[in-house]
Design a protein around this ligand. Sequence first.
Ligand code: PLP
Length: 227
Amino acid sequence: MSIIKQNVSRIMNLVASSCNQVHRLSTEVCPIVVTKNRSQDEVQEMYDLGFRHFAENRVEKLLERQEQFPQEDIIWHLIGPLQKRKVKQVINHIDLFHALDRLSIMSEIDKRLEQPLDCLLEINVSGEETKHGFSPEEAFSAYKESKQYEKIHVAGLMTMAPFEASDEEIRFFFSRLAQLAKKIEEKEKLSQPLQLSMGMSGDFPIAIQCGATYIRIGTSWFETEEE
Ligand SMILES: *Cc1c(COP(=O)(O)O)cnc(C)c1O
C-alpha cells in the first residue's frame, strides 16, 4: 500500500472514532485536502482515492493548481489571507473562502463577485498578534455587517489554534469558536447551523470533538507519521 493510502486509512479511521466519541456522524465532517507544496502526482492520488475538496492558502498557488486539475467536480477552498488587489483574480474561481478576516475587504469582494459566494469569518480566538481575523468580541458585528452585502454569504466561522498550544488550550479555543457560532445562530434565528472550519494535521480529532464540520489537513495525508 502506498504511503498516501495508509495515511488516508489511518486519518479516516481517526475521523470516524473522533465522531463516535461525541456521537456525531462521520458524514458531518468534510475532510479538505490542503495541497500546498505537494506534487501533482500526490494530489492526483488523492483525487483518484475519491477526495474532491482541495485547498490552497495562496491565490497564485490555487490558480496554478486549478490549471493542473481542471476537473469540474473539484470543490476549491481558499484558506489563506486575501489581499485586496488579488480579490478579482480569484474570487470567482473558488467555492468557499475560509479567511474573511476584516471588514475592509468585504466591499471589494462583493463588488467583484459575479454570483453569491459562501465565506467563513476567520476568528482569532487565541488573540495571538500574528494571527489574522476578528476577535471573538467582533464576530457578531462582523456577521451583521456582512449581511449588507448581497453576494457575500457568511456560512460559518474558521479558526486556527496556535502552533504551540497544549491539547487543553486547543480544546478551549475550538470550543470557543463553536460557542460563538451558537450565539450567532440563536441571535439571528438561523435555520441552518453555521459551518465550523477548524482542525489541521495535528489537532483535527480535538476539532471534531468540538464540532468541526470542515477539517483542513495537509501534511498528514502525505508524510510518514513521526514517532
Ligand atoms: C497549511 C494549512 C493547513 C494544513 O496544515 P497541516 O498542518 O499541513 O495539516 C490548514 N489550514 C491552513 C489555513 C493552512 O495554511
